[in-house]
Design a protein. Structure first.
Length: 290
C-alpha cells in the first residue's frame, strides 16, 4: 500500500519534467528577456525594467494589432463556430452521404496552417484565382480584386481562410456533444408541440453547454495566437492592414532585433488569452450554477 502512493507521482514525473522544460522555463525566460534591451544577438544586454511594457501601450502598431486580433476573435466566433454547429446538427441525422460530407468538411484540419495559407493564396490570386475567375464568369468582374494585396480586404481574406480550416474542428466537437443529448427530452418537447427551432434552442442547445465552452475556448485561443497563416499569406501587410499580435511580436523580435520588446508583446498576448478565457469560464460556469 505504501508503494501504491508513489505510483502516480512516478508516473507523472517525466510528463511534468517535459512540461517544466518546454512551457514553464521558456515562459520565465521570456519574462526575463522582456525586462531587458537584448537584441537577440549580442552577449550583453541591459536591464530596463518595465520600459518595454510601457512602450507597448504607446505603440500605435500594438494598438493596431490588438484591434485586428479583436476583429479576428469576433469573426472566428461568428464563422467557424456557428457554421460548425449548423453543420453538426445537419449531419447528425442519418442521411445518405453523411460520412462523406463529414470527411470533406473535416479534411482541411489535416493540413497545417502553412499549407492552408498557400492554398488560399492561390485561390485569391488576382488573375488565375478561383474567386476572381468565378466573378468574371458570372459577370461580376467589377468585384474582382487582389484580395490579400488590398488593405481593405486583406485581414478578412485571411480570416476566411483560417475559418475554412477551423470549421471542421468545431463541427466534430459539436457532433461529439450531440451524442450526449437526451433523446427522451427531445421526444417530450416534440410531443408537447414544440417545433424544430424551439426543440433546438430550448432543449438541444442547453445540453451542449459544456461542448460550447470547449469550442469557444479553443476558438478564442486559436484566434489570438494565429500566426502561420497570416505570415504565409500577407506577413501582416499590406501596410500592417492584417498585422496581429503574433506577427508584430515576430517582426519586432526577429526583423527589428528587439528581442526584449518582442518578448514583452508575447507576454502581453499570453495575459490577454488568460484573462479572456478566465472571464469566459467564470461567466459560463456562473450561468450554469444560477
Amino acid at each position: 500500500m505504501k508503494e501504491d502512493r508513489f505510483v502516480v507521482p512516478r508516473f507523472l514525473a517525466i510528463p511534468f519534467a517535459i512540461y517544466l522544460l518546454v512551457i514553464i522555463v521558456p515562459f520565465f525566460q521570456s519574462f526575463h528577456l522582456s525586462l531587458t534591451d537584448w537584441n537577440g544577438i549580442s552577449e550583453h544586454f541591459n536591464f530596463v525594467g518595465l520600459s518595454n511594457y510601457l512602450m507597448v501601450f504607446s505603440d500605435p502598431a500594438f494598438s493596431n494589432a490588438v484591434i485586428h486580433n479583436f476583429i479576428w476573435v469576433m469573426m472566428y466566433l461568428l464563422l467557424p463556430t456557428s457554421l460548425g454547429l449548423v453543420l453538426a446538427v445537419l449531419l447528425d441525422k442519418k442521411i445518405r452521404g453523411a460520412v462523406f460530407f463529414k470527411s470533406v468538411i473535416y479534411l482541411p484540419m489535416i493540413f497545417s496552417y502553412v499549407i492552408a495559407g498557400m492554398i488560399w493564396t492561390f485561390i485569391y490570386e488576382p488573375r488565375l484565382g478561383i474567386i476572381n475567375l468565378a466573378l468574371e464568369a458570372t459577370g461580376l468582374q467589377q468585384y474582382a480584386r487582389a484580395w490579400i494585396a488590398d488593405p481593405d480586404t486583406a485581414l478578412f481574406s485571411v480570416i476566411v481562410a483560417a475559418s475554412w480550416q477551423h470549421t471542421g474542428l468545431c463541427m466534430v466537437l459539436f457532433l461529439a456533444g450531440l451524442q450526449g443529448v437526451r433523446s427522451d427530452l427531445v421526444e417530450a418537447a416534440e410531443i408537447d408541440g414544440c417545433n424544430r427551432a424551439e426543440v433546438f434552442f430550448f432543449v438541444v442547445l442547453p445540453q451542449l453547454k459544456n461542448t460550447t465552452i470547449v469550442v469557444v475556448s479553443l476558438t478564442i485561443i486559436n484566434a489570438l495566437k494565429s500566426f502561420d497563416i497570416v505570415y504565409i499569406m500577407t506577413r501582416g501587410g499590406p501596410f500592417r492592414s492584417s498585422e496581429v499580435l503574433t506577427t508584430l511580436m515576430y517582426r519586432e523580435a526577429f526583423w527589428n532585433y528587439r528581442m526584449g520588446y518582442g518578448s514583452a508583446i508575447a507576454n502581453m498576448l499570453f495575459f490577454m488569452v488568460l484573462v479572456m478565457i478566465v472571464i469566459y469560464f467564470r461567466s459560463a460556469m456562473g450561468r450554469e450554477t444560477s
